[in-house]
Design a binder for this molecule. Structure first.
Ligand SMILES: [Ca+2]
Length: 143
């Protein structure tokens, strides 16, 4: 049990709770989990979130349970590699957007731009794995 898991859940939650309602929809939960390489199907999530939305506390619990099942950094790396089609270790915006689309996202261009900008910490127009991890974990690895 570490605080990192809670923080990662919070980051993910914030990513999908764009309007700060304190809840995200079942659909967003499924997306969030796929984004970190977790394997819950929408049907699985539906079972866990029967009323169609989930609070942060419930979401955090869900993420913790999934991670206990063996995802975590391995899942993140897998997700990153899946997004990094060119295999360069950098995601450009095209890769990033294509990944979102493949995950079944319906983000607008503006939303994708915003997420990309948040992720691109050094502003070089690419997201490397380190930046990707930082987005997912607000307590970045020390250099
Ligand atoms: Ca960058």
């Amino acid at each position: 049990m570490s605080n990192n898991k809670g923080d990662k859940a919070r980051e993910l939650f914030a990513l999908f709770d764009r309007e700060n309602t304190g809840y995200i929809t079942t659909e967003s939960v499924a997306r969030a989990m796929r984004l970190v390489g977790m394997s819950a199907s929408p049907a699985d999530v539906q079972k866990l979130v029967p009323n169609g939305r989930i609070s942060y506390n419930q979401f955090q619990q869900l993420i913790a349970e999934q991670e206990a099942n063996g995802s975590d950094e391995k899942g993140m790396l897998a997700a990153f590699q899946m997004m990094d089609k060119s295999g360069t270790g950098n995601l450009n915006k095209t890769d990033f957007k294509a990944a979102m689309t493949r995950f079944g996202e319906n983000f607008s261009d503006a939303e994708v731009d915003e997420m990309f900008k948040e992720a691109d910490v050094d502003g070089d127009g690419m997201i490397n794995y380190e930046e990707f991890l930082k987005v997912m974990s607000p307590n970045p690895l020390q250099h």
